[in-house]
Design a protein around this ligand. Structure first.
Ligand SMILES: Nc1ncnc2c1ncn2[C@@H]1O[C@H](COP(=O)(O)OP(=O)(O)O)[C@@H](O)[C@H]1O
Ligand SMILES: [Mg+2]
Length: 372
């Protein structure tokens, strides 16, 4: 097994487009690292460079203790699972998994042993004689993973392997891949644009935007201590509310002033942003930290009256949209409150949970932006 290290990794495509801007990432031996970001942020480009399928135009890639920049893909001890399973349609499940080992001239007995072990791990034993067209999408995906397992690679690379599956199957396969990691304990790098997949699967998550890494951290830290507005807005669904505000201090108490609100912030937040007195910031607050005052009747401040614009009922929770001034907010409320669109409510902001970001650098002012 081996860790993977990216050191000032860069990619400029032949047409001159710079897709990766000098990224550093240290993936530990045995770790499940999820790389997440919107489409086009260069997740696949970075992963393909690790696999050796894309030339590296700057920096280094380490797999274990060797630099692999000039090592052929087949000699890198990695196996990659793609979004389209790329199974051979005319071969049985068994042959699909055995094929690459046959090419490597591995003895027949050993091939048989490896294929049966992979089939056992993935629950494919009963399907070894079937052809791909006799399999469901989820089963085909498992065969694609099986083809990677039989190679006993040091590192597994996954590029959006679940995107072609329907929502329910995706959830199921998500759990299966997590279980697979628990069983095999190999280093795995898993690329996805889906933040829910990232949050539920990763030991750590690397968030990318436009060829740069914005934060590398545990799911909990990304959610509770986002390093910047990009991570704050990207992780979590519905997204964190982010609005422009100006900080002022009155008698030592810090207030965040938006175009319609005057929020009193707790002292433990105020004392971290004393140097922002009079300055513009971005104020962030997650939907679960805004509710109707009906849910907190004792609140004496930090609420304001507004018309509810839209209500989305999810069954177990309700998303309440309201648009005071130029801002739009989403709150997550209890269905028991029976909030309806068109109602006028006092919306209450739990300011213990606000985030403040520098307007220029977009960095978090309350939590150290230092990533782990
Ligand atoms: N062969 C190529 N030549 C030029 N630009 C490319 C090439 N392949 C990808 N890109 C560009 O590089 C960026 C990153 O692409 P990609 O790695 O596929 O992103 P992701 O996997 O995150 O969706 C995109 O802007 C894409 O258009
Ligand atoms: Mg991609």
């Amino acid at each position: 097994m081996a860790g993977v290290k990216l050191e000032k990794l860069e990619k400029t495509y032949p047409n001159g487009f710079k897709a990766v801007h000098g990224i550093n990432l240290d993936i530990r031996d045995g770790e499940f690292m999820v790389v997440v970001g919107p489409s086009g942020c260069a997740k696949s480009t970075a992963l393909r460079m690790v696999a050796g399928l894309e030339e590296i135009t700057g920096g280094k890639i380490w797999i274990g203790d060797r630099v692999v920049n000039d090592v052929e893909p087949k000699d890198r001890d990695i196996a990659m699972v793609f979004q389209n399973y790329a199974l051979y349609p005319h071969m049985s499940v068994y042959k699909n998994m055995a094929w690459v080992l046959k090419l490597k001239k591995i003895p027949k007995d050993e091939i048989d042993q490896r294929v049966r072990r992979a089939a056992d791990i993935l629950g494919l034993t009963e399907m070894l004689t079937r052809k791909p067209k006799q399999l469901s999408g989820g089963q085909m995906q498992r065969v694609a993973v099986g083809r990677a397992i039989v190679r006993s690679p040091k590192v597994f690379l996954f590029d959006e392997p679940l995107s072609n599956l329907d929502a329910k199957l995706r959830v199921q396969m998500r759990v299966e891949i997590s279980k697979l990691h628990n069983k095999l304990k190999n280093t795995m790098i898993y690329v996805t644009h889906d933040q829910v997949e990232a949050m539920t699967m990763g030991d750590r998550i690397c968030v990318m935007e436009l060829g740069r890494i914005k934060q590398v951290d545990s799911p909990t830290n990304l959610y509770n201590r986002p390093a910047n507005t990009f991570v704050a807005g990207f992780i979590g669904s519905p997204s964190m509310n982010l609005v422009e505000a100006k900080l002022t201090f009155d008698d030592g108490t810090c207030y965040a002033n938006t175009d319609h609100m005057h929020l009193r912030l707790p002292d433990e937040i105020g004392h971290k942003v004393k140097h922002y007195d009079g300055k513009p910031v971005h104020l962030g607050i997650r939907p679960e930290h805004i509710s109707s005052r009906l849910a907190n009747k004792e609140a004496t401040d930090n609420f304001f009256k507004t018309e509810v614009f839209v209500v989305e009922n999810m069954g177990n929770e309700v998303y309440v949209y309201f648009t005071p001034g130029n801002n739009q907010y989403i709150a997550r409320a209890d269905p028991g409150l029976q909030i309806k669109s068109g109602d006028v409510h006092e919306m209450w902001f739990d300011t213990h949970h606000v985030h403040l970001f520098d307007r220029e650098t977009k960095e978090n002012l309350i939590h150290s932006p230092k990533t782990k």
